[in-house]
Design a protein. Structure first.
Length: 614
């Protein structure tokens, strides 16, 4: 993405003068916690009409040594799951056996990414994602426990923000199997941390922490919790700080274990903190930087969920393929009926693309532990969770009554106990976990708009002097006078496409052209709506969906190209792979066209009016 012409922007890009106090506090907190780096990744470039395919091609390949390390761990993990894990029993009892947890700890499953010096396995993000795929295909409860422990629990923020003393004290405990959790949500706090009530006040060499946390995954079994709390000062009344809290300390009390439609063995609960004394050395990431810790942790940890979704989707595809071959209706297998065949083909294409995204984003983290993957990971989470839910729903539909029937009931009457019903219940939470789809679209939209805000925010900011706004308008006019006409140019992806398999070149060219259409339509929406665009969340969501589809499509093409150039892949496999990816391109064009049609329709304004009348 070319950002060399984007001028330095004021610290606060968005005019909050017309907002009420609650809106202003929430937005200012979110803005202050944003990553201040210019987002120069492939995803940002796609939204800006300047995709840099050199960041994607050639598609990163896992080294032989790293792959072998991952293979060895996955072999041990699979053996433990085969011998000690009964997902249906875990679902029925609502408990994960202590013996299974001990076996997982024995093979290092609680410290996959924790460095060896802190007693972990020190494996790569790619291998961690591969483990998440395996767990996602087997048992949602285990996937949730290990993910909540390592992706957003204590290990991840400790690795990113912890002092050496904190790492030495807590990471070995986490690696050896002591479960950890992350406590942010409250009754009045979902995605709006400005409403947080939990507070910590400094008294000598301790903070005194009081408040309640809701839906703390792993909280009912955790020994270590990273707790977010307000630490207000006169100039920063909504400042938050992250604290490392041990559940054995006086004042930490589990009030209730929450129960859910799915994930019956999720150790999730309400935790009460009653004047808990937390040593000042247990402040994580610095006083007042709690939201930064939380958001940064989520940015990297968020890729774990689409990895688990990819594993789930593979399992669903496998179940559906077998059933489509064996189940006969009207004289032939149901897979030969067009209605079922269409579902299978779309499932296969989306599953391949999902894994492509996971592998690409994981490789970015492996290349640079501090890589800015906020947009890529958020798109992976949004697209992966939504498409895997569709795949799960189609699997239920293909299996029919046998999908709705429990595995235990199927087994009791002599049929293969495919756990579609359990997988269905367990997977519904994926579009809500770690940022709901609605919040993800707003997050991605804010990042996508950032280059435009840096150019034009001062123009519409009523808090600035008029002379400043006039100068900003002149700068913006000069920038867009050069930028906008280029977005109408018909050229494709250039040299990047020429190195691809001939049947994939047109698709990459199409991505480049659609990226420019996305950029100019987004600019026009900003020009027409001005500051009011922020309120048109449904409209912004359609733009986000286009950009997400383009990013995923790019990853699928690049991943396919890397497989095609692998000498071990024969001509038949190449032909099938190219057909699959070309088909994915067709359905992606279909989805993008639908999103552009929704953008043009303006129906979101009518939906708003109807909703207000309701």
């Amino acid at each position: 993405m070319n950002t060399t012409f984007i001028p330095d922007a004021p610290k606060t890009l968005i005019d909050t003068s017309r907002m009420n106090a609650g809106q202003r506090a929430a937005l200012e907190m979110a803005e202050a916690a944003r990553d201040e780096r210019h987002n120069t990744g492939l995803a940002a470039g796609l939204f800006f009409g300047e995709p840099d395919f050199d960041k994607l091609l050639p598609f990163p390949k896992q080294s032989i040594e790293d792959r072998d390390q991952g293979d060895a761990f996955l072999h041990r993990l699979e053996a433990v799951l085969d011998q000690h894990a009964d997902p249906d029993a875990i679902d029925a009892t609502g408990e994960i056996p202590d013996g299974l947890l001990a076996e997982l700890a024995k093979i290092g499953a609680f410290g996959i990414k924790i460095p060896v010096k802190y007693s972990g396995l020190g494996l790569s993000q790619t291998n961690y994602s591969r483990a998440a795929m395996l767990l996602g295909s087997r048992c949602g409860n285990l996937a949730a426990l290990l993910s909540a422990h390592q992706s957003i629990g204590a290990p991840q923020p400790l690795i990113l923000f912890g002092t050496e003393e904190q790492k030495m004290k807590y990471l070995p405990r986490c690696a050896k199997g002591e479960i950890s959790a992350f406590a942010l949500t409250e009754n009045e706090v979902g995605s709006d941390p400005a409403r947080m009530k939990t507070e910590a006040r400094l008294e000598g060499d301790h903070y005194v922490l009081s408040g309640d946390k809701l839906w703390c995954t792993n909280g009912t079994r955790a020994g270590i919790i990273v707790v977010m709390a307000k630490t207000p000062t006169p100039d920063k009344p909504h400042a938050t700080t992250a604290f490392i809290v041990e559940t054995s300390w006086p004042g930490v009390e589990i009030i209730n274990r929450c129960r859910f439609m799915g994930l019956k063995a999720l150790y999730n609960g309400v935790i009460h903190f009653d004047n808990v004394r937390v040593p000042v050395e247990n402040v994580l990431g610095g006083v007042g930087r709690g939201l930064k810790v939380a958001l940064t942790t989520l940015n990297t940890g968020r890729i774990t969920l689409p990895a688990a979704c990819a594993g789930l989707s593979k399992r669903c595809l496998d179940i559906s393929r077998h059933w489509a071959r064996s189940r006969e209706q009207w004289g032939q297998p149901i897979g030969r009926h067009a209605a079922i065949a269409d579902k299978l083909s779309r499932m296969a294409a989306d599953t391949f693309a999902m894994e492509s995204v996971v592998r690409y984003v994981s490789s970015l983290v492996d290349k640079d532990k501090n890589a800015d993957v906020r947009l890529e990971a958020a798109i992976g989470k949004l697209w992966g969770s939504e498409k895997s839910w569709r795949i799960m729903d189609d699997t239920m539909q293909i299996r029919g009554g046998r999908g709705f029937e429990t595995a235990q009931s199927l087994k009791a009457r002599g049929e293969v106990p495919e756990p579609v019903e359990r997988l269905f219940r367990d997977s519904r939470i994926n579009t809500i976990f770690e940022g709901s789809s609605e919040i993800m679209r707003l997050f991605i939209a804010r990042e996508a708009l950032d280059p435009h805000l840096k150019v034009g925010a001062e123009v519409v900011n009523s808090t600035l002097p008029w002379k400043t706004r006039v100068k900003a308008a002149m700068r913006a006019a000069r920038f867009y006078a050069a930028w906008y006409p280029l977005k109408w140019m018909p050229f494709g992806a250039g040299d990047a496409a020429e190195g691809l398999h001939p049947d994939l070149q047109d698709d990459l060219d199409a991505i480049a052209r659609l990226s420019r259409k996305l950029a100019r339509d987004l600019f026009l929406a900003m020009a027409v709506n001005g500051p009011k665009l922020e309120k048109r969340q449904v409209l912004l969501g359609h733009f986000v969906d286009v950009g997400a589809e383009l990013f995923v499509w790019s990853c699928a093409i690049a991943h396919a190209e890397s497989m095609i150039t692998n000498s071990s892949v024969n001509e038949t496999e190449v032909r099938k792979l190219v057909r699959l990816v070309r088909f994915f391109g067709q359905i992606t064009r279909e989805r993008i066209a639908a999103s552009f049609a929704k953008i043009r329709s303006g129906i979101d304004t009518e939906s708003w009016k109807v909703a207000q009348e309701l």
